[in-house]
Design a protein around this ligand. Structure first.
Ligand SMILES: N[C@@H](CCC(=O)N[C@@H](CSS)C(=O)NCC(=O)O)C(=O)O
Length: 309
């Protein structure tokens, strides 16, 4: 049985920066965990209702303090060589899930998977306004009206939820931190899984087109800026632990994943100094994406050009 008095004592001692004396029993370790959770989460966690006097509080705290049981799928759309990512927390009773960078062509496949796995899709989210394909967000919302679209405020696109740098998106107990990574487009963000106890290890970063495996997003349209991209990747992505897994929105060579450590050493563009990087970016000579004129206006309204974005 968990003892609320003991947890309160531990909270108090932690607040005073004093390590609890008794940590040898199971009850005490649990008290330590719950106390740490309480102190970490403060009043920000909507699913945590802390009551000092009632042991019922533990029933409401338990789901929030349990470690994430991550379900992760990397899904591919071959016309635009786009990766869509499905993430869910299976430890949470609702099995909440998100799709990152869904593509209109593969919405049926992705939603079937969500249904088969018994997940509750809560967000259809984008790393940026894509220029080479139409996002699946609008179609997903048509089929599942409770799903909410999410994109960065800086993208200036339409969506239900706008996120800002430093915000944390909660998917059950899985956290996705929003890191600003402009440069490919002005509103690009990278979503990074949470740090520390209960969160997946190694951390995972969904880099959109800011960082591609041994490459990076082009910087010649949509507010693109090579100086900014260099700064974004170096400060927001290369500053993550070296073992962090990096998952881009595209790959054109059949690669699936990389790490911060690998890219710092081997990225042929971003491992160079900034001046060399700018020269490389000015001379990429890439053709405009075939879908550009259709995709950008559609994606500014999250994939459907009406009021249901
Ligand atoms: N050929 C494709 C577009 C290829 C392309 O331009 N990819 C973009 C990301 S999608 S806007 C990019 O940044 N590429 C960087 C690179 O080095 O390849 C099409 O016509 O759709």
């Amino acid at each position: 049985m968990e003892c609320s008095l003991e947890i309160n004592v531990v909270v108090l001692r932690m607040r005073q920066n004093r390590v609890p004396l008794r940590t040898s029993t199971v009850v005490s370790r649990r008290a330590m965990q719950l106390a740490s959770f309480y102190l970490r989460s403060g009043s920000r966690s909507s699913s945590c209702v802390w009551s000092r006097s009632s042991s019922r509080a533990f029933a409401t705290m338990a789901p929030s303090s349990s470690p994430v049981h991550l379900l992760f799928r990397q899904l591919f759309e071959k016309e635009s060589s786009t990766y869509t990512y499905l993430l869910a927390d299976l430890a949470h009773p609702d099995k909440p899930a998100v799709l990152v960078d869904p593509v209109d062509q593969t919405v049926d496949r992705d939603l079937n998977l969500v249904k088969q796995l018994g997940l509750k899709l809560i967000y259809a989210m984008n790393t940026h306004v894509h220029a080479d394909h139409i996002t699946g967000t609008g179609l997903i919302k048509k089929q599942m009206p409770n799903v909410r679209s999410l994109i960065s405020r800086a993208s200036c696109a339409k969506a239900d939820i706008f996120v800002d740098p430093g915000e944390k998106i909660h998917v059950g107990n899985l956290l996705l931190e929003v890191r600003p990574t402009p440069g490919h487009t002005a509103g690009c963000v990278t979503y990074v899984t949470g740090e520390g106890e209960g969160q997946p290890y190694p951390r995972m970063a969904f880099t959109g087109d800011a960082l591609l495996i041994r490459g990076c997003g082009r910087t010649d349209f949509q507010g693109g800026d090579a100086h900014e991209l260099y700064k974004s990747v170096h400060t927001q992505i290369f500053s993550l632990p070296r073992e962090t897994l990096l998952y881009p929105a595209h790959d054109y060579k059949g690669q699936t994943v990389t790490t911060v450590g690998e890219e710092i050493l081997h990225n042929p563009r971003l491992s160079k100094d900034e001046e060399s990087f700018n020269t490389i970016m000015e001379n990429l000579g890439l053709a405009y994406p075939k879908m550009f004129d259709v995709a950008v206006p559609a994606n500014m309204v999250c994939g459907i050009q009406d009021s249901h974005a």
